[in-house]
Design a protein around this ligand. Structure first.
Ligand code: M7M
Length: 192
């Protein structure tokens, strides 16, 4: 018997193929709804740190595409973890797994239903990991999710050479502001 997860999730991958549109670079890899199938998948794909620059991994609830335009995303936002570019190999993979286990393991309590999924952006300028929530105006839920996320990341078992704290503040950004941003940064609606 396999141990069922509370919900079904799907892994997506954004390829580095510059000749394709963003949407055509985004492919669903496979879905999983048991602990064993999650580990079988996770242990058989490259970790984020081994992907090419400009690739993404996404793990979203089944039925929600990892795109701003999706009905369940468009009024939402993201908790953004910016990973210092020198920490690429150390932190990216550790934090990504922490975030995945917290989400599929329903570690966010009553607010877990607000979570749509997680994204890892592998970028030359510095990697990003984010948790997308469905309602940017639900500050009570988003703050609770951010606090639980921060506590989880700070309690992760990090290599000795990583200075503490391993990241700056976590910022919550609204998707519609990220999507239509003019400058390089977007105002943080919440920080923890
Ligand atoms: C339906 N559709 C086209 C569409 N729908 C989307 O949902 C969506 C996009 N396009 N994205 C495109 O990637 C660029 C980099 O964003 P980035 O978050 O990778 O960040 P970087 O600037 O590469 O660090 C975005 O500027 C956007 O062009 C990103 N994105 C989430």
């Amino acid at each position: 018997i396999k141990h069922p997860l509370k919900h079904k999730w799907a892994l997506w991958h954004l390829s580095a193929d510059r000749n394709k549109s963003w949407e055509n670079r985004l492919n669903e890899i496979c879905a999983f709804d048991t602990v064993e199938d999650f580990w079988a998948l996770y242990n058989n794909i490259r970790p984020p740190s081994a992907l090419q620059w400009s690739c993404d991994y996404n793990v979203f609830r089944e039925g929600i595409r990892p795109m701003w335009e999706e009905e369940q995303n468009k009024r939402g936002g993201r908790w953004l973890i910016s990973i210092d570019k020198v920490r690429h190999n150390d932190l990216l993979d550790i934090f990504w797994l922490e975030v995945l286990l917290a989400i599929i393991g329903e570690q966010f309590g009553e607010h877990g239903e607000e979570i749509c999924g997680a994204v890892a952006n592998i970028r030359n300028k510095g990697d990003k990991i984010s948790i997308w929530t469905r309602d940017a105006s639900n500050s009570a839920a988003n703050i609770k999710i951010g606090e639980i996320l921060k506590k989880k990341l700070l309690s992760a078992d990090l290599p000795a050479h990583i200075p503490h704290p391993p990241f700056d503040v976590l910022r919550y950004e609204n998707h519609d502001e990220v999507q239509n941003k003019s400058g390089s940064t977007v105002k943080a609606r919440l920080t923890v």
